[in-house]
Design a protein around this ligand. Structure first.
Ligand SMILES: NC(=O)c1ccc[n+]([C@@H]2O[C@H](COP(=O)([O-])OP(=O)(O)OC[C@H]3O[C@@H](n4cnc5c(N)ncnc54)[C@H](OP(=O)(O)O)[C@@H]3O)[C@@H](O)[C@H]2O)c1
Length: 212
């Protein structure tokens, strides 16, 4: 299993190149495509994975991709491994960079949002501990409501909005500050960075392979 930071990958590949022929290689390295790994590790059968830090409480959602060298047995092994960390979904590799930006690093974005909302309550005078505890339950409850009712988020929002009430004032503020556009941009920028990382490593490899 390859689970080093992308910039360490070339060093690790040098170390393992000789021993992975005819073996299954699982990679969680962000931005690096299975095609590139197969080029770096001749003879290895590669499954790409993108999980997230929620694995620490077995609540990750991991995307797996294996449209190239991996066979059914490799796919079964990968699925068994990542099921230990939470849910698993199989996706085409073309979605991997966006999945990385939305889900692989998503817990960091959600943590920022939680922190910001809690600080807002603190700014009104609410004790932090109370705001934080209530916020976590709020998230849990909202996720359950969306999952169990299968409502689109806009339906849930409209059910809370009262004409001239508090919710619409808050939503108007979010719109004035372009919060939604900022979040959409966040995922797009992070996706671009994931693509860049893949290209940087690919370029490094091509350069170094020519020098051998
Ligand atoms: N963190 C996340 O939430 C997340 C989410 C999705 C995907 N990923 C991907 O997961 C991978 C690992 O991320 P991470 O956050 O777990 O990184 P990390 O905490 O820095 O862990 C990297 C590990 O690689 C080891 N390592 C470094 N150089 C090595 C070498 N030459 N040979 C063998 N082992 C070496 C490090 O060992 P030492 O500690 O001894 O240096 C460390 O245990 C990355 O590719 C990242 O893109 C991470």
């Amino acid at each position: 299993m390859l689970s080093v930071k992308p910039f360490h990958l070339p060093i690790v590949v040098e170390d393992i190149r000789g021993v992975v022929k005819n073996k299954t290689v699982l990679s969680v390295v962000a931005g690096v495509k299975t095609e590139l790994l197969e080029k770096m590790l001749p003879g290895a059968r590669v499954v790409g994975a993108m999980s997230n830090i929620n694995a620490v409480v077995k609540s990750a959602i991991t995307a797996l991709t294996a449209d190239r060298s991996a066979d059914n047995e490799d796919r079964a092994v990968a699925e068994e491994v990542f099921r230990m960390l939470g849910d698993v979904v199989w996706i085409p590799e073309e979605y991997m960079d966006a999945f990385t930006a939305l889900i692989g690093i998503g817990p960091a974005f959600v943590a920022e949002l939680i922190d910001a909302l809690v600080l807002g309550a603190v700014a009104t005078g609410m004790p932090r501990e109370l705001a934080y505890k209530a916020m976590l339950r709020l998230l849990e409850g909202t996720v359950r409501a969306l999952e169990e009712t299968r409502w689109h988020p806009a339906i849930l929002r409209d059910l809370v909005v009262t004409p001239a009430g508090t919710t619409i004032r808050g939503i108007y503020t979010m719109e004035l500050r372009a919060v939604k556009a900022a979040l959409m941009e966040t995922v797009q920028q992070a996706t671009k960075r994931s693509i860049e990382l893949g290209l940087e490593i690919s370029n490094w490899l091509n350069k170094n392979m020519k020098n051998k």
